[in-house]
Ligand binder design. Structure first.
Ligand SMILES: Cc1cc2nc3c(=O)[nH]c(=O)nc-3n(C[C@H](O)[C@H](O)[C@H](O)COP(=O)(O)O)c2cc1C
Length: 414
């Protein structure tokens, strides 16, 4: 069955003139453009984050030359230079290697990390949780937990590790997290959230933000008072995934609540939920007035999304990847995984194949081959054989479908 966004009748038309903002200032960190890779447990590790950053770069003069100058639009080069200087003026945290190399993804976020786990782990072992590379700046580390002291101490660890921001997770619907009052479990207890906000705020100097859902269920929607409390406690920004905990991932994200939060506070508000195309991103900004957009699942099925949003902002159009682009993309990511971990995280590779190959002719054959392979290099090999055949004009025959359940596609957390 088609998902609703695969039906062209439901395609969102971007309102004329609206655009995703060029930049967003959170505390002393300049996020340019105002697009954020959402935290995703089991997905947004350092390899995936760097992969997305690189997939998003507008790199060379070549790229600039390809931009049509019709319709009197400002050239990509001059817009990029403008943005570079905006960031340079606003703060030292924005890292650009040179004027022609700017990423379409303004901020990376880690997977959620247990504050308890971090606090209890010996210093020498913490790297496991907090590994990131220089080219990931600006980067935010997300924590979950329910104890104000532990969260504050963990936030200090995050700050000392060199992260640019620290974020608190108040959205995770997973039972094992909620059971200990973490994630969305806290949405039932605003006073405890207030205590956590104060404890973490006074523990660190780096910008402190919170990502939350609307509330526990429709009878208990708390996003507006929660955002106000965040502002009162000195948090530097909020991000709202516009669903309740009870909703899980069902139905549509209710963007009207992002607008309500934006109306209620002066600190930056980032909108999240159901952005699948540049048009969606623009529509969210137009409908809610949010200061930036955060993208999760689409980044895994279409890693070019940030680049496309940027391209759309600059030129009013954007490129669609062809099969050869897809091949390069998946091979690059899998090689990075194999290089990083020796065995190449087979589980992660299978999950990514499932997301990434929807809509590719014969994609089911690739999903089946990857599912049956046992090591990272074997999966990479299947990918190479599949695409070589596809690109030489042979559509691989259909094979037994891999059920989504087999690939464990459900998010571990939120
Ligand atoms: C596999 C997966 C893992 C996730 N893990 C986290 C997480 O660790 N922390 C968090 O705040 N949200 C997490 N989320 C939720 C996303 O950050 C995001 O809020 C949600 O997917 C809605 O945005 P989207 O429609 O752009 O995907 C996760 C989502 C997915 C699909």
């Amino acid at each position: 069955m088609k998902k609703f966004w695969e039906n062209p009748a439901n395609a969102i038309i971007a309102p004329q003139g609206a655009q995703v903002p060029d930049s967003l200032q959170i505390g002393n960190v300049c996020i340019a453009p105002a697009t954020i890779l959402a935290p995703m447990a089991g997905v947004t590790d350092t390899v995936f984050r760097r992969f997305i950053r690189n997939a998003s770069f507008v790199r060379s003069a070549q790229d600039v030359m390809e931009v049509p100058e019709d319709a009197g639009q400002v050239s990509l080069t001059s817009r990029m230079q403008e943005q570079t200087s905006v960031c340079m003026e606003r703060g030292p945290s924005a890292v650009f290697k040179n004027k022609d190399e700017i990423s379409g993804c303004g901020l990376l976020m880690t997977e959620f990390t247990s504050a308890d786990g971090l606090f209890r782990t010996r210093e020498s072992k913490r790297k496991r949780y907090l590994t990131f590379y220089e080219d990931e700046h600006p980067i935010s580390a997300q924590l979950f937990g329910s104890d104000p002291y532990t969260l504050a101490e963990s936030a200090k660890i995050v700050e000392d590790a060199g992260f640019d921001l620290v974020d608190l997770n108040l959205g995770c619907p997973a039972k094992r997290v909620v059971k200990c009052n973490g994630g969305s479990g806290l949405l039932k207890d605003l006073p405890v959230i207030g205590t956590i906000f104060e404890a973490v705020r006074s523990a660190v100097k780096i910008p402190f933000t919170v990502k939350f859902r609307l509330g526990w269920d429709d009878e208990n929607i708390v996003c507006v008072p929660l955002a106000k409390m965040a502002e009162d406690c000195g948090l530097n920004g909020v991000a709202l995934h516009a669903r309740t905990r009870e909703q899980g991932y069902s139905g549509n994200a209710r963007w009207e609540w992002i607008a309500a939060v934006k109306d209620a506070v002066k600190i930056p508000v980032v909108g999240n939920g159901d952005i699948r195309t540049p048009e969606d991103a623009i529509a969210m900004v137009a409908a809610t007035g949010c200061d930036g957009v955060m993208i999760g699942r689409t980044a895994a099925s279409n890693p070019w999304i940030f680049r496309q949003i940027r391209q759309h902002a600059e030129t009013g159009r954007y490129d669609q990847p062809n099969e050869a682009d897809r091949y390069q993309m998946i091979r690059t990511y899998f090689k990075m995984l194999v290089d990083e971990t020796m065995h190449g995280s087979p589980g992660k590779m299978k999950q990514f194949v499932a997301w990434f190959t929807h809509g590719i002719p014969g994609g089911n054959a690739l999903r089946r081959a990857c599912y049956d392979a046992h090591t990272g290099p074997a999966i990479l090999d299947s990918v190479e054989r599949f695409f070589e055949e596809l690109l030489s004009g042979h559509v691989p025959p259909q094979s037994t479908p891999v059920a989504e359940a087999e690939l464990d596609l459900l998010p571990a957390c939120d």
